[in-house]
Design a binder for this molecule. Structure first.
Ligand SMILES: [Zn+2]
Length: 152
């Protein structure tokens, strides 16, 4: 999925968990971070050369797209910010990134390095093509959800 879709999902997670600007930001950062393993992604562009080690060590949707990395990065986030709700927002954004990527044709293997099991191996007709029509429809729904969340 593209960065805007992940960011919208992360923002909704942050709204749902606490609804503060900080929790929304934590959700967005968590939702974008797994794609640090790929060139020309939103987070990769934000981090610049700091993203390079992740691209060199992990192939796309490999080590940064696992439950283990979700727990590891969330733990680091908690150590830095020492706030449970912010960390929950970050964790939810990260976790939902894994789920969302699971709906694409490539899928994800969240149990690496322990298992090669792929989640949500949907029938081909049901998968989302990254940057495809179904993803943009989902993005519109998410943006409407964000707009409604901002109205409460
Ligand atoms: Zn991803």
């Amino acid at each position: 999925m593209i960065g805007a879709t992940h960011a919208a999902i992360g923002a909704l997670a942050g709204i749902g968990i606490k609804g503060t600007t900080a929790s929304i930001g934590a959700g967005v950062i968590g939702s974008l971070l797994p794609d640090v393993d790929k060139k020309n992604t939103t987070i990769g562009n934000w981090l610049g050369f700091l993203a390079l080690p992740f691209r060199l060590i992990f192939k796309h949707r490999g080590g940064t797209h696992t439950l283990l990395s979700c727990l590891l990065f969330s733990s680091i986030f908690f150590i830095i910010f020492k706030d449970l709700f912010l960390t929950l927002s970050f964790f939810a954004g990260f976790f939902l990134h894994l789920l969302a990527d699971g709906f694409t044709a490539t899928g994800v293997k969240p149990f690496l390095p322990f298992s090669d099991y792929k989640i949500f191996e949907l029938p081909k007709w049901a998968t989302f093509k990254v940057n495809g029509h179904k993803e943009y429809l989902l993005l519109v729904v998410l943006i409407l959800g964000l707009a409604m969340g901002g109205l409460k």
